[in-house]
Design a protein around this ligand. Structure first.
Ligand code: MIG
Length: 691
């Protein structure tokens, strides 16, 4: 059951698709009061109460003990003390002694979540706007709360099947020949690959929808040749539009008044990669339609996928910031710079980027009003993704296209996926990215993944290898790194054979991963869940933060520590350990419920299958379309009959119907032996362990 409570005069956010009428009762659990920062909702926490949610954030799966701030930020350094990253996913789920409940703070402005930080026994959530809709979600279990919420916010975005393949990316790929070389290096070594991302370097002066005709003389030919190799190109699109006369996007935007404005109605200017830029007012349907159709130019060249970046929106500096800095500089440099003045100067210069005063200085036309940006800041990125999604759809209404974004708000999960932003090549970030997965799923974002190997900083081969062992399971599986960092493609490393073998596991698991993705996407379930959600009565499971449930039958527990040759694992029930070196080289070890140390050499990764469940394994392939979803080896440890509903479709159908794609694999066991059958599939039961 979901109940709605309104405060102030909330603006629409489009987070929900379900109409939930205003509830006349008073809000239970919380006390509500005006405070100096806004409107604060206070809730007393039980001693052992756990708090889930908040989607893409740093720190634990249990969010208790820290302070978070919903304010979409271009944050390239994901330290533990960061309060905001690129997204605002204002869902909390409280799990204490009584029945668990969820709360969604539907507020597109700044919201502060003090979750037992200032006072260990108090959660205080402050809406700076004070205008919001609050939804209270009460169901019998944690998983039921998520399903109920997900039903209310609508079905998540569905990528095409090829987007489940391995994608190679790097900031710096700048020419046709470079793309071809990268692809050749993968194909000649039989390293699986389905896509190559093109970062801002492909454009002319970082102008959206342009491409450098010298570096890419025939983009259509390049994408056709790549398609022959079963590779898709995935160009980036940034939010800012370069201010330049004669540039069609700029001219049209100005002519039609499509850009965000200053208070006086003149277009707002902020600097990003293209230099001084305008920002499309994605809050307006006509602007979305216009910008969305701009993607068609690249699609006409054969492009089927995009990523949207810088859409918090990131702002390097503004005219205001420059003017102020200049003033301070002249003032301070004229005197003998004392230490205080020096640090002040440093703050002024550093503070130019993503400055709060800039975000409070431009406007949208939204809901029949002129709305100051900071009131609705967190919607901007999602509405850009919506523009792209609608544009891609209008190009080819019958097909799914790849689109993933950096910034998002709840609701944007219907229009695209998200990547987890600019992580660093640190061991601790494998675990950080793992912890984001279940929280993102709760908030509707199923198509997601992190920059494997790490974005900033220089990776090491053991780090990349271990990171790939987590990436095997994430729907978006992309190796991405920053400009000027060490080359990070698999073939650059001595351990490339081991990395390639890990990729074969991904492709062999695709029938399971795709089935679980689609089943959960179409029914509002989560692909990744904290153990606590599936084993709420198991006190040990409640505190596990480095293992996740994956789909119906699996648990994952990747190694994320440097130099480790194994790890501790808690099994909440009897499970079958599959220790993979590659799709062909694996061993099966039945293990009992409880704590175990598992040996895992650098080139080995574990997958745990719940006793009684089946996981279908294909023979893999070097690209997604080469994977035979119909010829399967079944893995599992059974003590009776079992079944698995596998899902498949043509990989592009725009509105798939779950029932049309499901097929039942049935296994009968007798006398220690298993026999399997499935209509239209070839299933091999020889690897099933019975007993
Ligand atoms: O200011 O396009 O998160 O993935 O490689 C940096 C260059 C802009 C940030 C993205 C990153 C991308 C980079 N971008």
């Amino acid at each position: 059951m979901i109940r709605r409570f309104d405060y102030g005069t909330p603006l629409p956010t489009d987070a929900l698709v379900q109409e939930i009428p205003l509830c006349g009762e008073t809000l239970p659990f919380f006390t509500v009061a005006k405070t100096e920062n806004g409107l604060t909702f206070t809730y007393p926490l039980g001693r052992e109460e756990l708090i889930y949610g908040l989607g893409e954030t740093v720190r634990g799966i249990n969010k208790r003990g820290h302070i978070y701030r919903s304010w979409n930020s271009d944050e390239f350094s994901h330290h533990e003390d960061k309060q905001s990253l690129y997204a605002s996913h204002n869902l909390l789920i409280f799990s204490g002694e009584g029945k668990p409940f969820g709360v969604f703070f539907d507020d597109p402005g700044e919201v502060i979540f003090d979750l037992g930080y200032t006072g260990a026994d108090t959660a205080a959530i402050t809406s700076v706007n004070g205008d919001l809709r609050l939804y209270l979600i009460e169901e019998d279990s944690l998983n039921a709360i998520v399903r109920s919420f997900r039903q209310a916010i609508g079905q998540c975005y569905l990528p095409p099947k090829w987007a489940f393949g391995y994608i190679q990316s790097r900031w710096g790929y700048a020419a046709d020949g470079e793309v071809r070389t990268i692809v050749n290096e993968h194909r000649s070594r039989h390293i699986p690959l389905d896509g190559v991302c093109m970062d801002i370097d492909y454009m002319v002066d970082y102008k959206d929808f342009s491409w450098n005709k010298e570096a890419f003389p025939d983009l259509r030919q390049l994408s056709a040749d790549m398609k022959q190799e079963h590779i898709r190109l995935i160009p980036i699109i940034d939010a800012g539009v370069k201010q330049q006369e004669g540039y069609d996007v700029c001219d049209e935007g100005l002519r039609n008044g499509y850009f965000c404005t200053c208070e006086d109605g003149t277009p707002f200017v902020g600097a990003v990669w293209p230099g001084r830029s305008y920002f499309p007012d994605f809050f307006r349907p006509e602007v979305r339609e216009w910008f969305g159709k701009k993607y068609h130019g690249l699609m006409e060249q054969g492009i089927e996928g995009f990523w949207n970046d810088m859409n918090e929106p990131a702002l390097f500096y503004s005219e205001r910031g420059i003017a102020e800095a200049r003033q301070e500089l002249t003032k301070l440099l004229d005197m003998n710079l004392g230490l205080d003045a020096f640090f002040h100067l440093k703050d002024v210069l550093m503070g130019m980027q993503n400055n709060r005063r800039d975000y409070a200085s431009f406007y949208h036309k939204y809901a029949g009003q002129q709305v100051r940006h900071d009131r609705v800041h967190n919607l901007y990125g999602g509405f850009m993704t919506r523009a792209a999604h609608e544009g891609l759809r209008s190009y080819d209404p019958d097909k799914r296209h790849l689109i993933f974004s950096r910034a998002s708000y709840v609701g944007a999960h219907r229009w695209g996926g998200v990547w987890q932003g600019d992580n660093t090549s640190w061991w601790s970030h494998i675990l950080m990215n793992l912890k984001m997965l279940p929280s993102l799923n709760m908030c509707g974002f199923l198509y997601t993944g992190a920059d494997l190997g790490g974005f900033s900083g220089n990776t090491t081969e053991d780090l990349l290898l271990r990171w790939l062992q987590l990436g095997v399971f994430t729907p978006l599986m992309r190796n991405h790194s920053a400009l000027h960092t060490r080359d990070q493609e698999i073939y650059r490393f001595g351990m490339q054979e081991d990395m390639k073998n890990i990729l074969t596991v991904r492709y062999a698991l695709l029938p399971y991963l795709y089935s679980e993705f689609m089943k959960n996407a179409l029914t509002g379930g989560s692909m990744f869940r904290p153990l606590a959600f599936d084993y709420p009565e198991d006190a040990a499971a409640l505190r596990i933060e480095d293992q996740l449930m994956l789909g119906e039958g699996c648990m994952i527990a990747p190694v994320y520590e440097q130099n480790a040759r194994g790890r501790n694992v808690y099994l909440p029930e009897d499970m079958l350990l599959v220790r993979f070196r590659s799709a062909e080289d694996y061993c099966l070890i039945p293990m009992e419920k409880g704590r175990h140390w598992i040996d895992l050499d650098l080139n080995e990764m574990p997958l745990f299958i719940r006793k009684g469940c089946i996981v279908p394994l294909s023979r893999g392939g070097e690209w997604v379309e080469a994977v035979d979803f119909d010829t399967l080896t079944l893995l599992g440890w059974l003590d009776g009959d079992a079944a698995y509903a596998i899902y498949n479709d043509d990989g592009t159908v725009a509105a798939p119907v779950l029932a049309d794609g499901l097929r039942e694999i049935r296994v009968r066991t007798a006398d220690g032996k298993a026999a399997a059958e499935a209509q239209g599939l070839t299933v091999d039961a020889a690897k099933l362990i019975v007993g």
